[in-house]
Design a binder for this molecule. Structure first.
Ligand code: PMP
Length: 455
């Protein structure tokens, strides 16, 4: 165990991401000191199954030795170089070749960045550049959706349809439109079928586009499955209809595959699972199994051609990051993609995901505190409710989801609660018996919470 001063230092010096600062000053950190496969260990020696792969990141668990070796070898060979002004490096080329090979956009081009937020910012800038190149600079507006999460940079946060990402920041959201959240359980009307719900969402979106003026709308951004918004799996038929609508009004579709990419939904990309073709998509997290910061935007040839013409006219494409195509991050990501093929992440997500969803339903479908169990591939969410019949949630201040999350840790698993939704997104290397253990511990943690709430 780290001596107490380490906790004290963290409590007094660290402004944590997505954390209540005052609570942190009181409660202190959970210090994670080691990882082995799907397990992580804290500084007191407690071991947990990491049921969220960190932040939807560590697809290959927490200490893959091939990734460690790829990083070490590249560090020793060339630890830094950039990709400005025609420069490239071999790991970066290896990575983009492999990414293009699995991309559902044929003839794509790839831009490299370092985080999901940067990749999404880049997609928006590319969309604006594209529209300017076509002589349509008035196409500025970006459509996002309630419940979306697209990152924490100014643009990533502005695009996020989650109140806590906006509150007190005073950001300008004038150019952003928010469409409805495609959550059948919560948003569908009484008696509405899934298909009718999807049709209504699309009709409402069309009305929004017409009210704004289609000539002012550049692009729409969407996660195939909303992650941080509560693992929201879209209703049947939603994305193909969305794509057709956007085509009708000459609006680009930008897919945020930061969570869904690399097998998570049971195909290489979420756009394949939900049957649509984006004009661009962003990836991060799983790209390197989260081992180093790296992200990419994959751009269709049609979009690229206009961007390239515009960049040529301007003398340079005026965008890019110091660490775009970083050789060590690229080497790790390229190795991760090789491993994904070798262990068949898509097949594993399908079979293990079916097992996980089945186990969740067996354990929790009739539980009085569980309103909905949803998921696709190796990704699931469990929504807690106070009343199953009315779907009434718990009062926010009761922090029931946070209580379950804490009880999970006491039961030896780590999950993440987004409000009263518990998310499951384990590494692909998880074994069937570990899935059973994970689900059993979640069930017991919910029971612990039920007892403590005297329900
Ligand atoms: N998009 C989605 C769908 C995400 O889940 C996240 C991160 N949770 C981001 C973008 C932002 O990624 P990053 O934190 O790497 O900037």
């Amino acid at each position: 165990m780290l001596h107490n001063s380490a906790r004290a230092i963290d409590m007094s010096l660290h402004l944590h991401s997505q954390t209540d600062p005052r609570r942190h000053e009181q409660d202190g950190p959970l210090i994670i000191s080691g990882g082995e496969g799907v397990y992580v260990r804290d500084d007191a020696g407690n071991r947990y199954i990491e049921g969220m792969a960190g932040l939807w990141t560590a697809s290959l668990g927490f200490n893959d030795q091939r990734l460690a070796a790829a990083a070490a070898a590249q560090f020793a060979k060339l630890a830094n170089y950039h990709t400005f002004n025609h420069r490239s490096n071999e790991p970066c080329i290896d990575l983009i070749e492999q990414l293009a090979a699995v991309s559902p956009i044929p003839g794509c081009r790839i831009f490299l960045a370092n985080s999901g937020s940067e990749a999404n910012d880049s997609m928006v800038k590319l969309a604006w550049y594209y529209q300017a190149a076509r002589g349509k600079p008035e196409k500025r507006r970006i459509i996002s959706r309630n419940g979306a999460f697209h990152g924490s940079t100014v643009m990533g946060a502005v695009l996020s349809g989650l109140p806590h990402m906006h509150r007190s920041f005073g950001m300008n959201t004038d150019d952003i439109l928010f469409a409805g959240k495609p959550h059948f359980y919560r948003e569908a009307r009484d008696g509405e079928s899934e298909e009718a719900f999807a049709d209504r969402l699309i009709a409402e979106l069309e009305a929004m586009i017409l009210a704004a003026g289609p000539e002012t709308v550049a692009a729409m951004i969407a996660e195939p499955v909303m992650g941080a918004g509560g693992v929201i799996v879209p209703p049947t038929g939603y994305f193909p209809k969305l794509r057709a609508l956007l085509d009708k009004y000459d609006i680009l579709l930008l897919a945020d595959e930061v969570v869904c990419g690399f097998g998570r939904t049971g195909n290489w990309f979420g756009s394949q699972t939900f049957d649509f073709k984006p004009d661009m998509f962003s990836v991060a997290k799983g790209l390197s199994s989260g081992y180093l910061p790296i992200a990419a935007v994959v751009v269709s040839d049609k979009t690229y051609q206009s961007i390239a013409d515009e960049g040529h006219r301007n003398g340079v494409f005026g965008h890019g990051f110091t660490y775009s195509g970083h050789p060590v991050a690229s080497a790790v990501a390229a190795e991760a993609l090789r491993i994904y093929h070798e262990i068949d992440v898509v097949g594993r997500a399908r079979t293990l995901g079916a097992q996980m969803l089945g186990a969740l339903r067996n354990a929790l479908a009739d539980h009085p505190m569980v309103g909905e169990i949803r998921g696709v591939g190796l990704l699931a969410g469990v929504e807690l409710v106070a009343d199953r019949r009315t779907k009434q949630g718990f009062p926010t201040e009761a922090r029931v989801g946070a209580q379950v999350e804490r009880a999970c840790r006491q039961r030896g698993i780590i999950l993440r609660n987004m409000g009263d939704v518990l998310a499951l997104c384990p590494p692909y290397i998880i074994e069937p018996d570990q899935i059973d253990e994970l689900v059993r511990a979640l069930f017991l943690a919910i029971e612990d919470t039920r007892e403590s709430l005297s329900l």
